[in-house]
Design a binder for this molecule. Structure first.
Ligand code: KG4
Ligand code: ZN
Length: 336
């Protein structure tokens, strides 16, 4: 079965082809980072317009590269939410139009389910699993007994983990998105020079909070002689990353213990973080839990994860009608 995936929930326009016989055949991503860079974050209206300009040419390009027409496809999967509604609507309307024109079955995919199932593109998933979803908009711990069944056990009370990286980067004058430069600079950081909070560790709930970290980083930075030296920046990056990773892993493994799972997974853009991947592997090994990190290209937003999730839905017989709507918020829900 050949499924075309479309992802336009934020600032990347992505189109992919998943073939159930051979795997991901294409995963094309047109980044809008340059467009939003001057604004220090994504400008929703600019994102929608850029998706509108880019999406159909990328679909055409993919079909040409694969020597296919729409009629050769078996289904279409499109991110329905959560995300920027204007941006989502561009993908959704395009997906509906293509599905109608070529008489193809259409399924709307929850963006977070896409991120979670990106793990299956790297290796067969082992269940029951505990998944740490960490992206620009989400920090959630999700229990997953099988594909299509999800139970949120907890999440952030304020900022998402990706936001914590992005806000710290902004404070340090680093480019957006902030995760990749912090990941890189932290490697040259000095352990122990700063000490940032890891709140709510004793809270019986599975909850995170990152807003205090942002304030602690700002206060520490303000106390230093200005402008900051390169070593100052690396040291702040090091401790910020340690604080975020400690907070995340403490909850992930607490939840894993609670539900007696066999495996743990990382999902979302922050899953690309080198330190998070390394520490998750160490902690999982100590507890005898299975863990394989998702390939980095499938961590940040991409349509391969949407095409694959689409195949799971279509294969299980699920279809959406042309009344499929976009949604800005909401956790991933069970559909099986
Ligand atoms: O999943 P994603 O591409 O988009 C959303 O659905 O939000 O995640 C984007 C987030 C950004 O906050 C970005 O800073 C973060 O993922 N990110 C990273 C890394 N690469 C991307 N955070 C830490 N380390 C990285 N290497
Ligand atoms: Zn995402």
């Amino acid at each position: 079965m050949k499924v075309l995936g479309i992802e336009t929930s934020c600032d990347d326009t992505s189109v992919a082809l998943y073939d159930s016989e051979t795997g991901v055949a294409e995963n094309l991503i047109s980044s809008q980072v340059e467009l939003h860079n001057n604004f220090g974050g994504v400008v929703p209206e600019l994102a929608s317009r850029a998706h509108l300009v880019n999406l159909l040419p990328i679909v055409d390009h993919l079909l040409q590269r694969q020597n296919l027409t729409l009629k050769d496809l078996d289904g279409l999967a499109v991110t329905a939410g959560p995300g920027l509604v204007g941006a989502l609507l561009v993908g959704l309307s395009t997906g509906k139009a293509l599905a109608m024109a070529a008489d193809l079955p259409l399924v709307g995919i929850h963006h977070i389910e896409g991120h979670i199932l990106a793990n299956a593109l790297t290796a067969d998933m082992v269940f029951p699993a505990m998944v740490l979803v960490v992206s620009g908009g989400h920090s959630e711990v999700i229990y997953m007994p099988e594909v299509g069944r999800y139970e949120k056990l907890g999440g952030t009370l304020d900022d998402a983990a990706g936001e914590a990286f992005d806000k710290t980067a902004k404070l340090l004058g680093l480019p957006y998105p902030g995760g990749p430069p912090i990941d890189r600079l932290a490697r040259k950081g000095t352990p122990g020079r700063f000490s940032f909070p890891r709140p709510l560790q004793k809270d019986p709930r599975i909850v995170f909070s990152f807003s205090g970290l942002k304030t602690a980083v700002r206060l520490a930075v303000e106390k230093l002689p200005q402008p900051l030296t390169e070593q100052d920046v690396c040291d702040v990056c090091y401790e910020t990353q340690e604080a975020i990773v400690d907070s995340l892993l403490q909850r992930l493994f607490k939840a894993a213990r609670l539900k007696h799972v066999k495996s743990v997974y990382l999902a979302g853009g922050v899953a690309a973080n080198g330190r998070l991947r390394e520490r998750t592997a160490e902690e999982a090994q100590k507890r005898g839990l299975h863990f394989i990190p998702p390939e980095r290209v499938y961590c940040t937003d991409n349509a391969a994860m949407i095409a694959y999730a689409g195949w799971c839905h279509l294969d299980a017989g699920r279809r959406d009608g042309l009344d499929l709507d976009s949604f800005p918020r909401g956790t991933v829900t069970t559909w099986r």
